[in-house]
Design a protein around this ligand. Structure first.
Ligand code: GLC
Ligand code: CA
Length: 573
């Protein structure tokens, strides 16, 4: 009897082992990771929720909305910078990496926020802004004080007696000159962004060590990841070669993935990332598939996922071609078919609103097209990043006066255009469509004054349409964009095929409809998306009558392959 029991136990143990082996083998083939299965919700703290009536969103404001965030079903929040900053570029100019911006609250508020997220099963990813610091950071104050300061080499300086440095383009400067003369030590310092954002010198091992220690400070607090701001530009060729005339039109080609960037990333991975259960995402993906791959090929031990811009770059004021759109997203999918991982997004804090750029923000189609774009983001391979407010279909504010804008890049470019005698009318038209302030107007919570965002005067104007577009109204409406978003997040989280499944483009040359399948271990889903404001047909070889509708943004899907304006359907085949 005893013998039997032992034998039985052995066989059961063996069976369990065998089963877990085969499960492991299956898992292996898709190499499961929590950050691949995540749905990231991006919060721009300045415009999310103001708790104390000073007109600026803050950490207590976010804390007061934790249950809302949880209700979305998302499981990762990416928070834009909340570190001490004089706010030349809304927190992307950090003056103290280990403290919280006064406008946003205190470290105690931060700890409370992190705890509140974790209690709800939501992870927190923070911005890591170390291509540059603020000029008000202690390092820079020391660095500029004397040529012999031990902090001198934390930044890039060029002594003026050597003549003028080789020209470098600045994205944000009024003159687009990235070298700023400082009379204190008769030298120029480098700033790819604004004058108040001097570039850090990554060649200096002391600087690198300071950054790694600072990352550990946050990782030890329990944060779950880093988004590496502008990091593809961090490594410079400090022999300062001359770039060809006109290089500034394509500056990224000369700035991205400079010498030793991969060494720095490998070092960062070894020193910090590999020691914690954190995810890492690069801003940008270099200049080629190979660059992108090199950043995120797991065998290279650098970063987890790339964040490529050519998708969001497609939308133009005059419209965009769906064929181009399909081509870009299909290309990126194939780049990571075997190894590496990417992010899927159509908006962030540096872009105007998703529905205004990629959909149709007019009253007839705002809802259908927002839902259609949401369906796209949630059914592609890669980790979806969804920007706050897009779940309501918030639209561009399209301010017509320059006084209404806040963005340093937009204001400086305005002055630049004035200085060179540019066409100011055309400029105003352009920014009404594409300025990133369009995506930074206060979150529209309800129909009360200032959309319920603040009891004071908001730091940037509220969109006029808040009485019709707001969270309170949409929460109650089962057919709202908000409730569709929740269903779409749930669908993705219930269907691993949407995360890992093979992507196959169908009806490739169809200029109106984006059609693809996702397939994993015998499960196959079909996604049909009409990107046009007219009905459109699609050529596919599946019998839709037999397919099961998992979600549709209209009450009834059209079974005959004719899609209503902006119709989106996901079928199980
Ligand atoms: C990144 C940020 C952007 C910021 C810039 C400079 O592109 O996303 O908001 O202005 O870096 O830090
Ligand atoms: Ca506030």
């Amino acid at each position: 009897m005893k013998k039997h029991l032992v034998a039985h136990l052995i066989t059961t143990a063996m069976l369990v082992t065998l089963l877990s082996w085969s499960a492991a083998a299956q898992q292996q083939s898709i190499n499961r990771k929590w950050w691949k299965e995540a749905v990231v919700y991006q919060i721009y703290p300045r415009s999310f929720m103001d708790s104390n009536g000073d007109g600026i969103g803050d950490l207590q404001g976010i804390i007061s909305k934790l249950d809302y965030i949880k209700s979305l079903g998302v499981n990762v929040v990416w928070l834009n910078p909340i570190y001490s900053s004089p706010n030349d570029d809304n927190g992307y100019d950090v003056s103290d990496y280990r403290n919280i911006m006064k406008d946003f609250g205190t470290m105690a508020d931060f700890d409370e926020l992190l705890k509140g997220l974790h209690q709800r099963g939501i992870k927190l990813v923070m911005d890591l802004v170390v291509n540059h610091s603020s000029d008000e950071h202690e390092w820079f104050k020391q660095s500029r004080s004397s040529r012999t300061s031990p902090y001198r080499d934390y930044y890039h300086w060029w002594n003026a007696e050597r003549g003028k440095p080789t020209p470098r383009y600045s994205l944000f400067d009024v003159n687009h000159d990235a070298w700023r003369y400082d009379s204190l030590t008769n030298a120029y310092y480098l700033h790819y962004f604004s004058r108040k954002q001097p570039d850090l010198n990554w060649e200096n091992p002391k600087l690198r060590e300071e950054v790694y220690n600072m990352m550990k400070f946050w990782a030890d607090k329990g944060i779950d990841g880093f988004r590496l701001d502008a990091f593809q530009f961090a490594a410079k060729d400090t022999t300062w070669p001359k770039f060809p005339d006109g290089y500034e039109k394509n500056f990224s080609k000369y700035y991205a993935i400079g010498p030793h960037l991969h060494d720095y990333l490998r070092e960062m991975n070894k020193e910090v990332l590999s020691k914690y259960n954190v995810m890492s995402v690069a801003e940008g993906a270099g200049n080629s598939m190979k660059d992108a791959h090199n950043l995120v090929d797991a065998d290279r031990h650098e970063l987890n996922m790339a964040y490529a811009f050519d998708g969001v770059d497609i939308a133009k004021p005059e419209g965009y071609s769906l064929l181009h759109f399909k081509q870009v997203f299909s290309k990126w999918d194939s780049a990571f078919a075997q190894k590496g991982w990417l992010s899927i997004f159509l908006a962030n804090h540096d872009q105007a609103r998703m529905v205004s750029r990629f959909g149709n923000d007019g009253p007839d189609f705002r809802s259908a097209s927002s839902k259609m774009l949401t369906t796209f983001i949630m059914t592609m391979r890669g980790t979806p990043y969804y920007y706050n407010g897009d779940e309501l279909g918030m639209t561009n504010a399209g301010f017509d006066k320059i006084e209404d804008y806040r963005d340093v890049a937009t204001l400086n470019e305005y002055k630049h255009q004035q200085n060179i005698g540019g066409d100011m009318k055309a400029y105003m038209k352009r920014i009404a469509f594409e300025c990133r302030d369009n995506g930074r107007t206060p979150f529209q919570w309800n129909s009360s004054e200032n959309a319920g965002f603040t009891a004071g005067t908001p730091c940037i104007g509220v969109n006029r349409n808040y009485k019709t577009i707001n969270e309170a109204a949409q929460d109650k409406d089962p057919n709202s964009i908000l409730n569709y978003f929740r269903k779409m997040v749930e669908l993705r989280r219930q269907n691993l095929v949407l995360v890992y499944g093979k992507y196959t483009l169908l009806d490739k040359t169809n200029p109106d409809v984006y059609a693809y399948t996702r397939q994993l271990n015998g499960k196959k889903l079909l996604v049909l998306l009409n990107f046009k404001s007219t009905s459109a047909s699609v050529k596919i070889s599946y019998d839709l009558e037999k397919a099961k509708v998992l979600i549709c943004n209209y009450p009834q899907d059209s079974k005959d392959g004719t899609l209503k304006p902006y119709e989106a359907v996901v079928y199980e085949l």
